[in-house]
Design a protein around this ligand. Structure first.
Ligand SMILES: CC(C)(COP(=O)(O)OP(=O)(O)OC[C@H]1O[C@@H](n2cnc3c(N)ncnc32)[C@H](O)[C@@H]1OP(=O)(O)O)[C@@H](O)C(=O)NCCC(=O)NCCS
Length: 103
């Protein structure tokens, strides 16, 4: 059975929903603003390179006009050789102009 979950963030003007293909450009621009141009050189980014996020675990926070105000994804990883499966969180970011608004 397929389930759909919508999580409403504390800030009432925002809703956390599944990311769509149409959000990708806005998500990348937001990450550049929130984390700076060197974000792709981080060790966590190297782990994610060439992978796809975990199925159904990429979310955006949408503002009232549908814009992308925040982003978070999770990634399937394996701990060590032949180790157990785990989820790697990130990147997690909120548009700098909306920080500390509860998103
Ligand atoms: C971290 C981030 C996503 C928080 O988003 P936000 O919408 O501003 O957060 P909220 O308003 O929901 O919550 C603010 C709370 O988070 C805490 N917080 C903010 N940044 C934090 C951080 N890097 N680590 C731990 N706590 C943090 C604040 O102290 C505050 O706590 P309080 O409610 O107890 O006072 C946002 O500041 C951001 O995009 N930062 C730049 C990107 C980043 O560093 N991401 C994390 C690593 S991938």
């Amino acid at each position: 059975m397929e389930m759909s979950v919508e999580i409403v963030a504390h800030a009432p003007a925002f809703a956390v929903v599944a990311e769509t293909v149409a959000d990708v450009a806005a998500r990348e621009a937001l990450l550049d603003r929130a984390m700076g141009p060197k974000r792709k050189t981080k060790s966590s980014e190297k782990l994610r390179r060439g992978r796809r996020p975990s199925e159904g675990l990429a979310f955006v926070a949408r503002d009232a006009s549908g814009g992308v105000a925040g982003t978070v994804r999770l990634w399937d990883v394996t701990l060590g050789e032949g180790g157990s499966s785990a989820l790697l969180l990130g990147p997690l970011a909120v548009d700098p102009s909306l920080k500390s608004a509860g998103i």
